[in-house]
Design a protein around this ligand. Structure first.
Ligand SMILES: *[C@@H]1O[C@H](CO)[C@@H](O)[C@H](O)[C@H]1NC(C)=O
Ligand SMILES: *[C@@H]1O[C@H](CO)[C@@H](O)[C@H](O)[C@H]1NC(C)=O
Ligand SMILES: *[C@@H]1O[C@H](CO)[C@@H](O)[C@H](O)[C@H]1NC(C)=O
Length: 373
């Protein structure tokens, strides 16, 4: 979940970065109908920001082999063995290489949008957690929104303050985010019901970001819910003393934590319904990551998984990415890559369900386009 570090937004590198994008007009999408993707989230979506920002201070295991070995053949800063949901979505929409905002260096890097997601990010900011005795991470959705506003400002400055709105034909991928608000609290041993009371504040943060982005011109969103984290090896190990009654008989997952994720998702989907009513001209797709991943836990063999409740890489003594960590032969048969994060194989199933159904509401993402202005 990432170590501590002081926060210094490396936005300066973005100077001049997006000039070409605006100067040459907004361009036409290579395929599909979105011109770019702006993405926000945590370790389930980060494609390099965290490892880039922390590299000089305390190199992160996420930047070490065998991370990245299945697809990229090297660590890329993704907390998995290969591609994430955002990579599969970008690929499908013809927008490969949505560059991590801290990693891009030149104008060409941001032609297809930018990824603001960062490992360890919470939805709520430090003020929320300090009031609860949790002093956890310098990165929040507010941090990412700050980077985003700076990025947009630079685009606009480069264009003499005028020009088209880069958001009007963009897809905004907002999340998954909020999982860490709960993870960190559970890790600190906070009582379950106290953590449950965080849910409305997390969903408020997400809704506020949607509202702000709509105000800036965004017209299409995909918003994922939480995963069934009661099936994650991290939780299964931490709560391994749990009584038999705590486990789901069919999947072997910890029922209470999965019900917690379902509760978060219910509050989130109700809020998205309200946002759709307020903004009938905006497309908002709920991405049911929970349902997609649950389909794997309920029938692993059907999809080629043989070790759904196990991690492929590392263990509690020698975590993945540390020298000498153990790694399985075939990650595509595992549910978890490193105990906390899914394998590429799982992400592929989730992305398929979101893009083509049935794990998207009200329509599969691949069937959407930015609404006409
Ligand atoms: C995406 O980035 C990789 C690595 O930087 C590069 O090899 C590849 O050509 C890029 N793909 C596209 C479609 O730009
Ligand atoms: C932190 O979050 C609170 C609640 O959403 C908000 O009022 C405050 O402005 C935020 N602080 C920063 C520094 O973004
Ligand atoms: C954890 O992995 C290390 C490195 O492969 C191994 O030596 C050790 O036995 C493992 N520990 C457990 C409890 O499996």
């Amino acid at each position: 979940m990432g170590g501590r570090l002081s926060f210094s937004p490396a936005v300066a590198v973005l100077c001049c970065a997006a000039a070409a994008l605006v100067a040459t007009g907004l361009g036409s999408p290579a395929q599909g109908c979105y011109s770019r993707i702006f993405s926000f989230g945590d370790s389930l979506t980060d494609t390099g920001n965290y490892v880039h920002l922390t590299a000089s201070k305390s190199p992160s295991p996420y930047g070490e082999p065998p991370y990245g070995r299945t697809f990229f053949g090297r660590p890329t800063g993704r907390a998995s063995d290969g591609r994430l949901v955002i990579d599969f979505i970008a690929q499908e929409l013809g927008l490969a290489n949505v560059t991590a905002i801290q990693v891009g260096t030149g104008p060409a890097d941001f032609q297809h949008g930018a990824n603001f997601a960062i490992i360890s990010s919470t939805a709520n900011n430090a003020t929320f957690f300090a009031g609860k005795g949790l002093d956890i991470t310098p990165f929040s959705l507010d941090t990412q929104m700050l980077w985003f506003r700076t990025h947009l400002q630079q685009l606009s400055l480069q264009n003499g303050g005028g020009g088209g709105n880069v958001l009007s034909d963009a897809l905004v991928a907002l999340g998954e985010i909020g999982g860490n608000d709960y993870n960190f609290a559970f890790t600190k041993g906070m009582p379950r019901e106290t953590v449950r009371a965080f849910v409305p504040a997390v969903v408020d943060k997400l809704a506020a970001a949607v509202e702000e982005l709509i105000g800036m011109g965004a017209r299409a969103f995909v918003v994922p819910g939480n995963l069934p984290f009661g099936c994650a090896p991290l939780y299964l190990q931490r709560f391994r003393g749990a009584g038999a009654g705590e486990y789901d008989g069919q999947t072997g997952c910890l029922s209470w934590f999965n019900r917690f994720a379902e509760y978060h998702n219910r509050v989130l989907t109700a809020r998205l319904d309200a946002l759709r009513r307020l903004h009938p001209d905006v497309t908002i797709v709920y991405a049911d990551w929970y349902g997609a991943m649950t389909s794997i836990f309920q029938a692993p063999g059907k999809l080629g998984f043989t070790n759904v409740l196990r991690q492929c890489c590392g263990n509690q003594t020698v975590p993945c990415g540390k020298a000498g960590c153990a790694v399985c032969d075939d990650p595509s048969t595992y549910g978890s890559w490193d105990g906390t994060h899914p394998t590429e194989a799982v992400y592929k199933v989730i992305a398929g369900g979101v893009l083509h159904g049935p794990h998207a509401y009200p329509v599969p993402l691949a069937k959407t386009c930015p609404p006409p202005s």
